[in-house]
Design a protein around this ligand. Structure first.
Ligand code: MEV
Length: 283
């Protein structure tokens, strides 16, 4: 069977600011989306899928030949939680399309072809999410520039789920509306990325920058009371740096746990909150 797959991502620092030309720091996670193609005598269409979204039809039309394939999509990623599910889908679809012709697109080709597909889900994507998905490496990313792959120590993190999907397109549009008033917070979110690059091996210093980023993400209006509750919970359980990750408005909270994930996982379980541990900088 022909197929393509790609990983999701977590943003450590710089979400939203990256849309305005600042850099962001992100890493792939070892949760993947897989697209399988079965030959079919008729129009290309969606068969079994663990993603249900009306925009999928348009995504298939942009990525695949109009005729000849039944498309199956399976993902380990939570949908709409800021973990790059649409970016992983985009790159997995393009890789599946490549498998039909036997070609292996370069990163630049995948990234360029990915923009109109990501735009179906994001409106005005910076390109960060599908850059991480296509590269499969931690990156520092500035819009309209080639991503800079970086070596990141394998940071232990816990991901806590608000239980609600955030709508990236709406959140990005909301930030645009609140400018220029929130300009200083966007600028500071960008500066935190630059400061993080010299403390990537120091979880304590990195954690402080993540905590400051959460304050500014609240100021630009993309946090929610539920996010704030999970941030407090993880900090109370000893996490060093805690912030929303991705577009916000729901989605997930990222907690840096160099001491191990157990305490944060136990605190989340006690409150009935979905959470899992993973490692950043590794895929
Ligand atoms: C979403 O994962 C990240 C945002 O910065 C949007 C983007 O970069 O396209 C909120």
């Amino acid at each position: 069977m022909l197929q393509g797959s790609a990983p999701g991502k977590l943003i450590l620092l710089g979400e939203h600011a990256v849309v305005y030309g600042h850099r962001a720091l992100a890493s792939p996670v070892s949760l993947n989306t897989k697209v399988q193609l079965e030959p079919f005598a008729g129009a290309t269409h969606l068969g079994d899928s663990s993603i249900q979204d009306e925009r999928l039809k348009q995504a298939l039309a942009l990525a695949l030949p109009a005729h000849g394939w039944r498309v199956q999509i399976q993902t380990d990623l939570p949908i709409g939680r800021g973990m790059g599910s649409s970016a992983a889908l985009t790159i997995a679809l393009l890789r599946a399309a490549d498998s039909i012709t036997g070609q292996r697109s370069s990163f630049d080709e995948l990234h360029a072809r990915g923009f109109p597909i990501e735009a179906l889900f994001h409106g005005n994507p910076s390109g960060l999410d599908h850059a991480v998905s296509a590269l499969g490496s931690a990156v520092v990313y500035r819009k309209e520039q080639p991503p800079l792959p970086i070596k990141m120590p394998p940071h232990q993190v816990v991901v806590l789920d608000t239980g609600h999907a955030g709508d990236t397109k709406k959140l990005v549009a909301g930030v645009a509306l609140r400018r220029p008033k929130i300009g200083p917070s966007l600028k500071r979110l960008g500066e935190l990325v630059e400061e993080s690059l010299s403390v990537l091996t120091d979880p304590k210093a990195l954690g402080l920058l993540m905590n400051e980023a959460q304050t500014h993400l609240e100021m630009i209006g993309v946090s929610t009371p539920k996010i704030a509750e999970l941030v407090q919970l993880a900090r109370g359980a000893g996490a060093l740096g805690v912030k929303l990750s991705g577009a916000g408005g729901g989605g997930i909270v990222l907690a840096l746990t160099p001491q191990g994930p157990e305490q944060v996982l136990a605190a989340a379980a006690q409150r009935g909150i979905g959470a899992f541990a993973c490692t950043l900088g590794k895929h």
